[in-house]
Write a protein that binds this ligand. Sequence first.
Ligand code: UDP
Length: 347
Amino acid sequence: MSLKICTIVGARPQFIKAATVSRAIRKTDGLSEVMIHTGQHFDADMSDVFFSELDIPTPHHRLEIHGGGHGAMTGRMLAAIEPILIAEKPDWVVVYGDTNSTLAGSLAAAKLHIPIAHVEAGLRSFNRRMPEEVNRVLTDHLSALHLCPTQAAVDNLAGEGIRGGVHHIGDVMYDATLFAIDRASGTSGILAELAVNPKAYGVATIHRAENTDDAKSLRAVIAFLKKQAKAIPIILPLHPRTRQNAERMGVSLEGLRVIGPVGYVDMARLINGAGAVFTDSGGLQKEAYFHRVPCTTLRGETEWVETISHGWNRLWNGPDFAERRQITEYGDGRAAFRIAELLKNSR
Ligand code: UDP
C-alpha cells in the first residue's frame, strides 16, 4: 500500500528544500505526494522559477494567500488548508522551516490528527521576537517526526523535552546545493551578465523583519553594506519586501549593485563565485559554507551555530572569524532520501 504525503510549502526557501524531498519521494517505492502551495510568495521570480528550475511538480492546490498581518495570513491559510486535508486524507503532512505556511499547515494537520513531519526541526535563535522562532517552536511541539539538520537542533529539542521521533538526518540545503552546482556549471551566465570576476565581488541578501521593518534598522544594515562596497562591489539581489520598505522609508541603495531576485541556479553560481557573503538569510549562511565562501551574518544571533564555531561565519556585531574547520554534520547530500525512507518506514 502506498503512503500519501501532503507537502505544504509557500515561501522561497521551502520550494528549494521541498524540491530535494519531492525528488526523493518520486524515487522511493511506496510513497506518493500531493503538494499545497499557500501562495505566501507568489511573484514569478520568488516562486515559479524554482518550480521550473528545480523540477518540482506543479502543486495540486494553490491557495494564493499572501499579504496582511501575520495572524490574518496564518488564519486564512489554516481555514483554506483544512478542507484540502479532509478531502486528500494524507498519511503524513510534511512542513518545512519556519514560515506562516509552516505553522498554518501544522495546525491544520494537528487538529485533524494527521501526523506531521517537520523538515529543519529543532533550530532555535532563542529570540521570540522573531516570527520565525514562534513558528518553529510551535511546529516542533505539534510534530511527530523531527527531521533535524544538526546536532545542535537535536539538543535544542531535548532541552524542550522532545526526544521521540527525533532524527539527525543532515541538511536538505546541502542536497539542494549539490543539485544546483551540477546545473549551474552548464547553464548559469550570471557572472558574465553582471560583468564581475570570480572572487572580486560580494553577494548580499536582506529580508528579515528585524532588518527591514523599521527605517533605523534598514539604514544601519544598508550603511554596513555600503562600507563593504568601498572594498569590493556588492551585488544585492533584492527581496521584494526590502525593496518596498526601502522605497517607502526613503532609504537609498546607491553604491550597491541592486538586482532583482534571481533563480536558484544563478544564485548558486553567484555565491560560488563570490569573495564574501553578507546575509540575514538562514539558507545563505550554510550555502556560503557549502561553497567555502566566508559569510558575515547581518543579525545578532544565528540558528546555524556550527558555521560560527567552525570559522566560516561571523555575526556583523560579533567577534572575528574563528579558526576554520570542516563541518561534517550537514551530511553527505542524501538527507532528502533519509527523509523519504523514514516516512516510508513510519507506518
Ligand atoms: N535565493 C535565491 N535567489 C535570490 C536570493 C536567495 O535563490 O535572489 C535562495 C538562497 O540561495 C537560499 C534561499 O533562497 O537558498 C534563501 O531564502 P530566504 O533568504 O528567502 O529565506 P531563509 O533562508 O532566511 O529562510
